[in-house]
Design a protein around this ligand. Structure first.
Ligand SMILES: [Zn+2]
Length: 67
């Protein structure tokens, strides 16, 4: 299982998704951890750690895929 986080700096939010969530884009263009974008992690612990490092105010889990 791969987990994805979506960093949206413009709205100060990071969201956790599971692999194959319909919100995860099929192809991820270049993204920068400090600028925001989509990032994949091989396990949930690493994804959660990355969410904390993102430093956004709002940390969410996707309501669609319920990671
Ligand atoms: Zn999702």
């Amino acid at each position: 299982m791969v987990y994805w986080i979506h960093i949206a700096r413009a709205i100060d939010r990071v969201t956790l998704h599971r692999d194959r969530c319909s919100e995860v884009p099929s192809s991820v263009s270049s993204s920068d951890f400090w600028e925001g974008g989509w990032f994949d992690y091989p396990d949930k612990d690493r994804a959660l750690a990355a969410m904390e490092q993102a430093g956004t105010t709002d940390e969410r889990k996707c309501a669609l895929c319920k990671p």
